[in-house]
Ligand binder design. Structure first.
Ligand SMILES: Cc1ncc(COP(=O)(O)O)c(C=O)c1O
Length: 430
C-alpha cells in the first residue's frame, strides 16, 4: 500500500461524487464519512486478473470481483480480444428485428446449458432483466399471476423482481402500492433458523391456492449471506411445485457458470427446474443476462402478435461476443472443477484459522462463493475497513450485513485467496 486508504485522490473524487451522484448511492457513505472522514470510499482506477488499483496507486486483491460478475477476473485476454474483434465487425444489431450472427451463436451455446439441452433463450442486460423475463414467461405459460419467493432472497430491484426481494423489506416499502400484491414469502432453509421441512410445508400452503405461476428461488442465497439449503431442498421444492401446476424459476445469476463449482447449482442439486436465469458473470464484465426455458414453457410468448418484450440493447453483439468468450474460457481453463476444489480448500483453511476467533460464527458456502459470518454488521464493517488497509477488497451481505462474502475470480491465484485468512485473524485478534 502506498497510502492509507482512502488516499488523497480517492478522497477528492469521492467528495466530487457525493456532490453529483443520486443520493440513493451516496447518502449512506456521506453519513459514515461525517463521523469518520477516513471512511470515504476508495475510487478504482485499474484492474488486471484479481488485482485492483485505486487512483492513489494502492494495490488490492479483489475478492469481490464485480459483485461476483468477473468470473475470469479483470481484463481476461480472450474476452478483451473477443470484444475488440466484435467492435471492429459490428457494434450493434437490431434487437428482435435483425439479430447478429454472434447472438445466434450465443443462444445456441446457452440453449445447451439448460439441463434439457435444448432450451429457448431470451437475453437481457441485467440480472433484474432476466428475472423479469422469467416472471413474465411463467405468467404466460400458466395463465396465473401469483409467485412464491423466499425470506432473505435477492433478485434485483427492477419492478419485476422487486416484489420478490426478501432480503430487506425496506427495498420494497416506498414502492409497495405499485408492486405485484400476489408475491408471497416462504422461509428459506437456514435463514432465521428455518428448516427445509418448514420451508416446504409453507410453500405447500401457498401452492394449494392453485394461483401460483412460479416459485422463484436462489439455489443458494447470495446477497442473503451465502446460505446453502439442504441438498435435497431444490428437488423437493420442484416436485411440490409441479404437483400444483407451478413452475420453478432458478435464479442462478450469482450461483451459475461455475461460481458454485458447477455450470448450474440447481442441476448439481438434482433439481429439474423449469426456468433458469443467468447474469452477472455471463458477460465477463459486460452487461448481459439470459432467461432460459424449455420449448413448452416458452411457447406462451408465441401467442402475441408483436415482440412484446424487447429492448434496444437486448442481445447486442458486444455482450454476446464477451459471453461466448467467457463460456469458452470457463470450459477451456477447467474453471468449474477449480471453483469446486479451491473453494473447498479455502473454506477448510478459513474454518481452521478463524473458528477460534470469538467474533466468527460460521464459515460456509459452495465453490467460490464463501461466506464468513461475524457476530454482527458493525464487526463486519470494521473488518472490511481493516482488510482494505491491508490490501483486500471484500463486501458483506446477509442479515444485518454480518457476513463477509468472498466471490473471487475462478482463476484467482490460490495464495492470494488464502492470504486473507491470516490477515482477518490478525484483525479479529487485535
Ligand atoms: C441472485 C441474484 N439475482 C439477481 C440479481 C440482480 O442482478 P442485477 O444487479 O444485474 O440486476 C442479483 C444481484 O446481485 C443476484 O445476486
Amino acid at each position: 500500500m502506498r497510502t492509507k486508504p482512502p488516499g488523497a485522490e480517492s478522497q477528492k473524487l469521492a467528495e466530487r461524487l457525493a456532490g453529483i451522484e443520486c443520493p440513493a448511492f451516496s447518502r449512506r457513505r456521506a453519513q459514515r464519512a461525517a463521523d469518520d472522514p477516513t471512511s470515504l470510499p476508495i475510487v478504482l482506477a485499474a484492474g488486471q486478473g484479481s488485482d485492483l488499483w485505486d487512483v492513489d496507486d494502492n494495490a488490492y486483491v479483489d475478492l469481490a470481483a464485480g459483485f461476483g460478475a468477473l468470473l475470469l477476473g479483470h481484463g481476461h485476454p480472450a474476452v478483451t480480444e473477443a470484444v475488440r474483434h466484435q467492435m471492429t465487425r459490428l457494434t450493434q444489431g437490431l434487437g428482435d428485428v435483425y439479430a447478429s450472427d454472434t447472438k445466434v451463436a450465443l443462444l445456441e451455446a446457452l440453449s445447451k446449458l439448460h439441463p434439457t439441452g435444448s432450451a429457448r433463450v431470451m437475453l437481457g442486460q441485467s440480472g433484474s432483466d432476466a428475472v423479469t423475463a422469467a416472471l413474465k414467461t411463467a405468467t404466460l405459460a400458466t395463465g396465473r399471476h401469483a409467485f412464491v419467493a423466499f425470506d432473505g432472497a435477492y433478485h434485483g430491484l427492477g419492478y419485476g423482481p422487486l416484489p420478490a426481494c426478501g432480503y430487506q423489506a425496506g427495498f420494497r416499502t416506498p414502492f409497495a402500492p405499485q408492486l405485484n400484491p400476489e408475491v408471497h414469502y416462504a422461509p428459506y432453509p437456514g435463514v432465521r433458523g428455518a428448516s427445509g421441512d418448514r420451508a416446504l410445508s409453507f410453500v405447500k400452503q401457498l401452492l394449494r391456492t392453485e394461483k401460483v405461476a412460479g416459485v422463484l428461488v436462489e439455489p443458494l442465497l447470495g446477497r442473503g449471506g451465502c446460505v446453502a439449503p439442504p441438498d435435497s431442498f431444490l428437488s423437493e421444492l420442484t416436485t411440490l411445485a409441479h404437483r400444483y401446476g407451478a413452475l420453478v424459476i432458478a435464479d442462478e445469476i450469482w450461483t451459475g457458470l461455475g461460481r458454485c463449482g458447477a455450470w448450474l447449482r440447481s442441476e448439481a442439486m438434482g433439481a429439474a427446474v423449469d426456468i433458469i436465469c443467468l447474469g452477472k458473470g455471463l458477460g465477463g464484465g459486460l452487461p448481459i443476462s439470459a432467461c432460459m426455458a424449455p420449448e413448452a414453457v416458452m411457447a406462451g410468448w408465441a401467442q402475441a402478435d408483436e415482440a412484446i418484450h424487447t429492448s434496444t440493447h437486448g442481445g447486442a453483439p458486444l455482450g454476446c461476443a464477451a459471453a461466448l468468450a467467457t463460456l469458452r474460457a470457463i470450459r477451456d481453463e477447467t474453471l468449474i472443477a477449480r471453483s469446486a476444489e479451491l473453494g473447498a480448500r479455502a473454506r477448510a483453511a478459513f474454518d481452521e484459522l478463524l473458528s477460534p476467533c470469538r467474533q466468527v460464527c460460521d464459515v460456509r458456502g459452495v465453490g467460490l462463493m464463501i461466506g464468513i459470518e461475524l457476530e454482527d454488521g458493525a464487526t463486519a464493517q470494521r473488518a472490511i475497513a481493516a482488510l482494505l488497509e491491508r490490501g483486500y477488497v471484500v463486501l458483506s451481505g446477509g442479515i444485518g450485513g454480518a457476513t463477509l462474502t468472498l466471490t473471487p475470480a475462478l482463476n484467482i491465484d490460490e495464495r492470494k485467496l488464502l492470504g486473507i485468512g491470516e490477515c482477518l485473524r490478525e484483525i479479529l485478534e487485535r
